[in-house]
Design a protein around this ligand. Sequence first.
Ligand SMILES: Nc1nc2c(c(=O)[nH]1)N[C@H]1C(S)=C(S)[C@@H](COP(=O)(O)O)O[C@H]1N2
Ligand SMILES: [Mo]
Length: 529
Amino acid sequence: MNDSPATADALGTPTASRPPTPRESSWAGFAAGALGLAVGSLVAAITDVIAPFDAVGTAVINVAPGWLERWAIDTFGTANKLVLRAGVLVVVLALAALIGRVMVRRRRVGLLGVVIVSTLGIIASVAGPDEGAGAAVPTVVGAVCAVLVMRVLLRPRHVEIPGRSRAPLGIDRRRAVVGTVGTFAGAFVAAMVGDGIRRSRVDDYRDTTAAALPPLDPSTGDDRPIDIDAFAGAGVDPSTPFITPIDDFYRIDTVLSFPRVEVASWRLTIDGLVDRPLALSYDDLLAMPQVERAITLCCVSNEIGGPLIGTAVWRGVMLRDLLDTAGINGDATQVFSTSADGWTCGFPVAAALDGRDALVALGMNGAALPLEHGYPARLVVPGLYGYVSATKWLERIELATWDREGFWIPRGWAREAPVKTQSRIGHPRNGERIDGGAQRIAGVAWAQGRGIERVEIRVDEGPWIEATLADDVSDDTWRQWTLDWTPMPGRHSISVRATDKSGDTQVEQRTPVAPDGATGHHTITVDVG
Ligand SMILES: Nc1nc2c(c(=O)[nH]1)N[C@H]1C(S)=C(S)[C@@H](COP(=O)(O)O)O[C@H]1N2
Ligand SMILES: [Mo]
């Protein structure tokens, strides 16, 4: 900021002065940027609006091209959001360092940089479906903080030179280092406090939503409750219990912080091409006949053998009952739904009416839906991948035509996406070293809507051998299978293929997950010692 020469060392003895080096100014920018981000996050936590950081990450998800998102889910799986956050952090701090460097010589250009970055933050923040102008405040406060701190860190020191006036000394290296480190420490504390506030808020919300649903009452038309622990075959494959515990249930969505829906004022709107639009409260839905169904849900992005699949006992209301009440207009071809976070998807009207158990689910595995899985209500449609059907934090079901496009469709995924027949080896694990002697190979196979007829295993280049199937709980759930095996020592490859009840056998040919789900056999390699 000041490069006029002066003289004095740290003790006040005159020496040659200098402006901050590019390195010092970059560090100052970096530290000030970190503080700005953290303060923004803290202010957002206090005022209960979206953190600028999350807002930018969400904006990246929304504008990213489909191939990039596919690559991210493919490469990082459910850790993709962690990677996204880290990416946003790196980019913002790199920009802050650059701005710090520019600021020393060209203050206005530096300030312009701050304005541009914060404008992006503000736009991203106020763009959220539930955010107002107040969401801009954290970014503004954070940016102002960052600029002020940067000025302090890069301010030249002045000395009183006897007999002369004040002379700028240039930057004091020690003070710059201490100031920069102190700023990082401040950023850390602000980030931690903000995070603590946010966590406790989510915990409070979780407590208010954890109330048990009223038990099913068959005398009022509800289903008989399913005894989750009593499912046959529950222990067939130790790595894959028949019902997936909530904590192990995969989670895929586009939000960085899930919406906290106010249940008292929440309504499920059913409108569009219907005779009688509906707006149903949570209690309205609970007052309708409740059904309980075990249904396997899976993600189109699940690689062969991958983890993005789970089976839960879903409890709620039949979608077709709701649509019957609303009265579907004959022109409707798509059931198009929207979530509280503005995510959308759609599936053919036929899938809601063809007799399958499409549900508006309020409960999962005997409790209210967990926040992560869509509280207060979500759709579950057996036989369709989640991205076309399973809207979490459900707010609106619109009867529409196919000119409406769900979130993933313009990003390169198929409009219609029935689940493909698939199978997975759960035990042993790929690459595992196992003892010789009697072994058991085990896993699951699924073809929701059609059901599993047969599962076969092939070891090395041997013949396909039929596995033993566990109980056939329903066509909408996966089916566990086992095969006893006494291997010879050495390395073996094991493959699995399933045949569904319509007679189709999984093809060997591998295709990628996009646009409508992977094909191919799951094959693992084990070393028998
Ligand atoms: N609101 C919302 N609902 C959503 C999504 C989303 O991104 N946002 N993702 C869908 C996808 S791609 C899948 S596979 C399922 C996953 O549901 P789960 O997270 O409960 O396993 O939710 C679906 N519902
Ligand atoms: Mo998905």
